[in-house]
Design a protein around this ligand. Sequence first.
Ligand code: PMP
Length: 439
Amino acid sequence: MEQALSKMQEYNQRVKKLLPGGVHYNFNLPWEETPIHFVKAKKSRVWDMNGKEYLDLYARFGAFIVGHGNEEYNESLKETIDRVLSVSHFDLDAEALELIAQFIPSAEMIRFGLSGTEIVQNALRLARAYTGKNRFVRFIGHYHGNADNIMGGKPVNKEEPVPSDYKGDLKGTEGRAKDILENQSYLIPWNDDQVLEDLLIRKGDEIAAVIMEPVCVNGGSVMPAPEYLKKVRSLCDQYQVVLIFDEIITGFRMGIGGAQKEFGVTPDLTTLGKAIAGGGVPVSALAGKKEIMQLLVDKKVVHAGTFNGYPLGTAAVKSTLEMLSRNQGEAIVKMNKRATDIYQIMKAEADKVGLPLTIQGPCGCAAYHCTNKELENPSQYSFDIMSLDIILNTNLAKNGILVSSISRLYPNISLDQEDVDWFRSHVKQALEETKELYD
Ligand code: PMP
């Protein structure tokens, strides 16, 4: 074991010489201080270079919903590779698009892209063109990708109340174009329609869009307050503002119709990504009202991308949505049942060892927090809670359970009873180790 471990560490050093930090993105999972290199995967399990086995509730930041080695999914990709690997317009386009339109209420028309980041930018561009206005509203604790104008930053609208106990990282990133946040958006607290209304009363004539995660998964998997989404919808109508739901996580994970179906609130534009193509290959999508998407038809708004609509991606979307929707969404119901078992076990074991723990959010994209009280707003996700969550995250990984940073639990449709049993037998140690530090 000792020798095997050093083999992976050695490999890690080799990678680090060329790869900054040894990882392909900066949002390191805590256990990636020494990244784990994986060699194989099956269903919900992955194995590292040392032969150590893990239960994969990380699922590539929630994208990987089909499970490893999913035969139906893999066959559809193989068939596509053998038939037609690279063309711009593919003979599965209609099927894939019709499936999205069938399930996502706002999807009157759809364009494909590759990443969530780019598709969010395209949504904002469309909203600006449609309204003739310039700025957008975004919310503390929500994440919409790795672009200069949308990451972090101080709440720009200084008059707006920002909860004084908010200790999250508002810094975002160095190196962005000067004043890009201040000039483009207002960053305000979420789940408070009065704050939004006050802003729209004063600045509605310059606001093109309101963008939010309808369930704030990135801010701790926080649910919208009752009626909040409906109120936001009506405010957007009143002030001629395009409402964008970023359903890159919730789309297809919070039921096949996303949060918009679940809550009965239809946005003007929806951004989709991650699980839309199963998680094995990258696809994002911009879905929206015909009237707004018409700007693309008329070529008044540019949307471009070398690989948009590539056959493997389109085949993956078709295969994934067929699987998720078959027999009244049986696969998601089953996945949610296993996930619920896992959450109940985690809570019961935490109670036994005396570690405060709350699990919240939709089944398909829940989060745990080391606190006794459910977060009602991402701004309540304090540094203290987050720090403990990170420690538990690391201890879970040490004990053979991978979760997504910081504390998200992403099930996939291949989860079975053996996985639930594995979780039961491995979670206790991780909770105990975290409790020791908590004390
Ligand atoms: N929006 C949301 C809600 C996300 O969670 C993410 C990714 N975590 C993005 C946008 C950006 O997507 P991508 O990483 O594919 O650029």
